[in-house]
Design a protein around this ligand. Structure first.
Ligand code: HEC
Length: 394
């Protein structure tokens, strides 16, 4: 059986603007064209402080770093590291991997949606996903198993969206898997539906293996983790694919070592998952990305709302829409970033807004609101949104 474990999400995401230009200027051409590759190290990009995935501590290198070491060994090449904060963010991938600072990044979601054709992937080496954490002995067979329970969910995560429409399940919103585990520990939640790998790691290192952890699967809940390369590295990618099968046992052992959840996943229907949250960025990393953006942007010069309508609209927005679109409309997931409405629709923006809020896009996870608000209220939300329009959410 293929081992099941997880590990895409990471816990930080910092601005790294300005670096791209420097990187482009430092591309190096090998001096000797002959066998240049053989002596060259296998260069891995990794976050130095992101256990259970990666760390620059040789005593505890992390799941991905140890996979990288095993890979380098199998390829007959020495390993070298490019330590980089905020490992997962797309900007980081652009700067490090696509900037040729390293040859590979381990643990990217194997999906065309992730970065388009610029990034190519190895075969998948693991399943990654959200997990249900609860006291031992509880069997939760699916969403109905959560009925009547208090469930900790991460802000703007797939589980939060999945449970949003269930009045019979009480949601406790947390900002991180750490907070989710604390909510359990402090008796504020019965179950935590949070990012699996971090939950497993915390359970092992901080909670004495007190909880049981069940992996889940379903749209936006789990996907395949792979090794990412720049699109020009097809040859290296093919060599990695050739040695991956012989590393599966090692990878399985490493998953156990780092506490990553294993076992048969619980299947969840994904009918209510908004499309904007189903790709790699909408998961573990997306969550913290949103949280960080919120933290930094609300600290600064949050635009003072001018006029009553804007203020009223902002209040409605933050009470009802922010749940999915982010507080003050700050949202890193482009598809549901309402700050891009004007950029996206130009002169048609008012029509699109009006039609969308009245009728919703039920199949895409956007509810209809015409029974809920008056046209005057919609107008005020619209006025507020106009004050936050921007060209790019990058
Ligand atoms: C349960 C989650 C959820 C809530 C709550 C929600 N939305 Fe949405 N909304 C979505 C999703 C998902 C989409 C993207 C649909 C798609 O991909 O076409 C969306 C799309 C939109 C769009 C169109 C964006 C575009 O670029 O096409 C507008 C406008 C919008 N929402 C406004 C609102 C307003 C105003 C509220 C509050 C009254 C609100 N939404 C509440 C999930 C939500």
């Amino acid at each position: 059986m293929r081992p099941n474990f997880s590990g895409i999400g990471t816990s930080r995401n910092r601005a790294i603007s300005g670096l791209l230009a420097c990187v482009a200027a430092t591309l190096i051409t090998p001096v000797s064209p002959l066998h240049a590759d053989e002596a060259q190290p296998f260069r891995l990009c990794a976050d130095p402080t992101n256990l259970p995935f990666s760390s620059d501590s040789p005593a505890q290198p992390g799941f991905y770093v140890e996979i990288g070491q095993a890979l380098a060994h199998a390829l007959g090449r020495p390993i070298a590291y490019d330590w980089y904060k905020s490992y997962f963010g797309k900007r980081t991938v652009r700067v490090t991997l696509l900037g040729k600072q390293c040859d590979a990044m381990i643990g990217l979601p194997r999906s065309e949606d992730f970065m388009g054709p610029a990034v190519i992937f190895s075969n998948s080496f693991a399943k990654e996903g959200y997990a249900l954490v609860a006291a031992k002995g509880q069997v939760i067979g699916g969403v109905d198993g959560l009925k009547g329970k208090r469930v900790a969910v991460q802000f703007a995560s797939t589980p939060q969206n999945l449970l949003a429409s269930r009045d019979d399940i009480q949601k406790v919103t947390v900002l991180s898997p750490e907070e989710g585990m604390q909510a359990l520990d402090q008796g504020k939640a019965d179950v935590a539906f949070i990012w699996g790998p971090v939950a497993g790691w915390l359970n092992k290192t901080s909670y004495n293996d007190r909880y049981q952890i069940q992996l889940t699967e379903g749209e936006g809940l789990s996907w395949d983790a792979a090794i990412g390369f720049a699109k020009t590295s097809t040859e290296l990618r093919d060599r990695v694919d050739a040695v991956l099968p012989q590393l599966q046992t090692t990878i399985g052992e490493l998953a156990v070592k780092y506490g990553l959840p294993a076992g048969q996943p619980v299947r969840f229907g994904a009918a209510t998952v908004p499309s904007g949250t189903t790709t790699g960025t909408g998961t573990g990393a997306g969550v913290t990305e949103v949280a960080n953006v919120v933290a930094t942007e609300t600290k600064g010069d949050a635009a003072a709302p001018s006029g009553e309508a804007v203020g009223a609209g902002k209040e409605i927005f933050n009470g009802t829409c922010a749940h999915c679109h982010g507080p003050d409309a700050i949202q890193s997931e482009r598809k549901i970033d309402l700050r891009l409405l004007r950029h996206r629709y130009g002169d048609d923006v008012r029509n699109v807004f009006w039609k969308t809020v009245h009728e919703g896009r039920p199949s895409k996870g956007m509810p209809a609101w015409q029974e809920v608000f008056t046209d005057e209220q919609f107008d005020s939300i619209y006025s507020f949104l106009l004050t936050v329009q921007t060209e790019s959410n990058d």
